[in-house]
Every structure is written in C-alpha cells, then in structure tokens.
Design a protein around this ligand. Structure first.
Ligand code: SF4
Ligand code: SF4
Length: 128
C-alpha cells in the first residue's frame, strides 16, 4: 500500500467522516484491510497515494491544497525519522505514530491547522 506520511495519522483517527461518500467508503475499506492485516507493507510516498485516489480534492493526480498537506507530511516524517520511499509494516508505522506523535505535543504542532483537528483530537486511535 502507498500512503502519504500524514495518512498514517488520519487512518488511526477515522470515525466515518470524509470529504464525500466515495472517499469515506474507500477510507473505510482501507481501515478494514489494515485492521485485518496489520503486517501490510506501507511505502511512504511524497505525492498522491492510495487514499487520494478516491478523493474529490485530487485534481488530475495532485492534491488541491499541496502546501498544506506537504507541510503535514514533512512534520510526520521528521517526527518519525523516516523519509519518502521508506517501506515498513503498518503495525510498526502506526505504533511509532502513536508513540512519537499522538502521545506528544507534536500532534497539535503537526495537525492543528487541519480542518479535522478538533475531531481527531477528541477521538481515540481506532487501530491498536
Ligand atoms: S487532524 Fe487532519 S491530518 Fe491530523 S490526523 Fe486528523 S485528519 Fe489527519
Ligand atoms: S487529495 Fe489531498 S485532501 Fe485528498 S486525501 Fe489526498 S492529500 Fe488529502
């Protein structure tokens, strides 16, 4: 599976809300795959990924808010000491994100500018 780095956070905070019906259904399916097979290899990518594929903000293969999502991706990579192109199993990636981001002040630093932040802040992680 290909994921933008910040989607390692969004997946763990997903509660069924999304940009539209198609995106939400696709996200729900992705969460199920990762819950059922936590060893799934994830490649961190710098552009649109397997979640963006179903997003209405994906305009011909590019996110419509590139600066915002690139900054969020950079914050996640820095916090986890990872780089685009790295591949690791979902369970290791998600555990590192919980330990190094959700459990620290880095969570608001990385995510506070996101429109979903208040919801995510108030939501427990849903993949353990
Ligand atoms: S605040 Fe935004 S970027 Fe951060 S986990 Fe939630 S949806 Fe993802
Ligand atoms: S296209 Fe942009 S808004 Fe949509 S899922 Fe991808 S990064 Fe997020």
């Amino acid at each position: 599976m290909n994921l933008r780095p910040h989607h390692a956070l969004c997946i763990q905070k997903f509660t069924g809300h999304g940009y539209d019906e198609k995106f939400t259904a696709h996200m729900t399916g992705t969460v199920k795959v990762l819950r059922d097979r936590p060893e799934t290899p994830v490649e961190l990518v710098s552009g649109c990924d397997d979640l963006c594929a179903a997003c209405p903000n994906n305009i011909r293969g590019s996110c419509s808010t590139p600066e915002k999502v690139e900054a969020t991706d950079a914050g996640v990579l820095s916090a986890l000491s990872l780089s685009a192109g790295d591949v690791l199993p979902w369970d290791r990636l998600s555990e590192r994100a919980r330990r190094e981001i959700f459990g620290t002040e880095k969570f608001p630093e990385i995510c506070a500018s996101c429109e979903w932040y208040n919801l995510c802040r108030d939501t427990d992680t849903n993949i353990l």
